[in-house]
Every structure is written in C-alpha cells, then in structure tokens.
Design a protein around this ligand. Sequence first.
Ligand SMILES: [Zn+2]
Length: 242
Amino acid sequence: MKDEMILTKVNGKTNGHKNGNGHRTIDIHDFELFGDNHIATSVDTPMREDAFAISDDEKMAIIEDKFREIMETMGLDLTDDSLRGTPHRVAKMFIKEIFYGLNPENKPKISVFENKFKYGQMLVEKNINMNSTCEHHFLPIVGKAHVAYISNGEVIGLSKINRIVDYYARRPQVQERLTVQIAAELRKILKTDDVAVVIDAKHMCVSSRGIQDESSSTVTAEYSGKFKDKQVKDEFLKYLEL
Ligand SMILES: [Zn+2]
C-alpha cells in the first residue's frame, strides 16, 4: 500500500510524483499545505522501514533526551522540581500510552465466536470513547466512534470493538485514516464486508490554536458492503440518534 500513495489535490494541482525508486516525492511546501489542511497521504500509517529496529526502552531513552532539549531550548529550567521529571513522563506517555498503537505487537488479540443465535440483523456499538492525536500538530483528537456490522456467521465480544478503536486511535492520526483503518480491521476479523464506522471528534488543533473554533466537530464515515445501501445506512444512522 505504501507505494500506492493517494494523490491529493491541493489548490487544484495534483501533488506527488514517482521518483526512480518508485516512491513518490513531495516538496516541502506541499507538506506544509498537507499539514495545515489535515490531508492524509496514505491509508496506512506512514512508518519507516526500521521502525522497530530498537526496543521501546531505547526509544523512551532517546525521546527523553530530545524532549529535555526541546524544553531547554524554550528556556525552561529543568532543575526545577516541577519540570525535572517531565522529559521522562512525556517519553513514557508517547511509547506506552498515546502512541502504543504504532507497534503491531500491541495489537489486541481478537477471537471470533460462532454466531449461535443466527442473529442476522446489524449490531451497533455506539458512543465508543476515542482519544487520538493529530499527526500534524501532535494535539488531542477527542470524540466518539460508532461501529456497526452484520454478522457473516461470526461475532466478536463487544469490548473487543472498543479495543480495536483504541489501538488504531493511539497513533499520530488523521481522522479519515483512523476511520478507514478501524473498518478495514473489522472486515478482516469478521470476514465480512458489511461494516460501518462513523467518528465524530473534536480536534484541539482547531479549538485551541489556529482558527480557535470551540464548537465545531469533524464527522468521518466509512461504509462498506450492505451499509452502502441507503436503507441499511439509514437504519444505522437512526440508531445513532437514539
Ligand atoms: Zn492538527
């Protein structure tokens, strides 16, 4: 998927072209526009080839050092008792908490069960708490995910849906990509195309900086299989209103 980067139009012109290695290159000006407009370039989280060449502990030690440098560069006095432990806390929080979903080893192990009741209607799990981080500003994205599927003979435990949402949310993210990643994982696990995912979230980078819009939220949706039928989609959206 990495070589199939989606071309994104910025100001009407298509950005990105293939270089000799088959990789697309984009100039730095375009990166600025991508970030400011919150445009994702790929469905997969862009990862380096050597992403897991070092351990989590090694990563935390490096991040701790670099974050201390950032704080010192800003003029903060790290001999102060209140700030002393911050680089370590931030490093641990990045690797173990808010970005734990970057590491495939942390992917929740999901077992499926036979659908013994032969329940053939849609199952909706709504208002799933979702805490993520905007990859363009490293500020929180906070909201709710609503997920539905129609069983193809197999079901999963309800709490597992929360775990899947959390795993993909705990990465530097773009809301559109998060929505698509959750839907793709559910289709794979449940062996069905009949999946819907809607996310309604607030972006701190929109509310606390830039345009400073406190009230807006962003809604993204991914419908596949039977959920592309208007009737099925409408039924799902009606449950979300309850
Ligand atoms: Zn942002």
